[in-house]
Design a protein around this ligand. Structure first.
Ligand SMILES: [Cu+2]
Length: 164
């Protein structure tokens, strides 16, 4: 009986998890700084294609970079981690593992973490070498309505993007 009950409970737990909306994870403001927009141009070192967020690791060539770049010969780089939406939402927008292949140079604009010492950001848009610009973020997290998220269209724009 005990076994039956616990497997029943486990089943209910799984069903609840599966029906939870994808946007129910963390709020933007808890982790990221809406007043600290960043523009990152670099090559993809690796991606973590995992829920609830895909993470893109980029190497950014920097004069004072700490590690040798993998894709830019004779240069030093700084590694940045960029948070995107779930792999599923990215796929629906046309962002695939293949388009994020290692060594691909992309431009990402987003917002840095509240802890400015971390090289970490919430991605808004990604621009690919062929010029395609796609929304990289999660919808409904409370991120600034900066025009990046097509789902914000009906709500109008909030604050501007400052420098860019
Ligand atoms: Cu989240």
């Amino acid at each position: 009986m005990r076994t039956k009950l616990s497997s029943l409970l486990a089943g209910i737990g799984l069903a609840a998890a599966a029906s939870m909306p994808a946007i129910a994870h963390h709020a933007f403001g808890g982790e990221f700084d809406p007043n600290k927009p960043v523009l990152l141009k670099g090559k993809i070192i690796t991606i973590e294609w995992v829920n609830p967020h895909a993470w893109i690791h980029l190497e950014i060539p920097k004069a004072d970079g700490t590690t040798p770049c993998q894709y830019t010969p004779d240069a030093k780089c700084e590694e940045w981690m960029v948070e995107g939406g779930t792999p599923n939402t990215l796929l629906r927008r046309g962002i695939t593992k293949e388009s994020l292949a290692k060594g691909t140079e992309i431009v990402v604009d987003g917002y840095q973490t509240r802890d400015h010492s971390l090289s970490r950001a919430n991605g808004r848009n990604v621009t690919f070498p062929d010029g395609r610009k796609l929304f990289l973020g999660s919808s409904g997290t409370g991120a600034p309505t900066d025009g990046a998220d097509p789902a914000d269209a009906g709500r109008g724009r909030g604050r501007g993007r400052g420098g860019f």
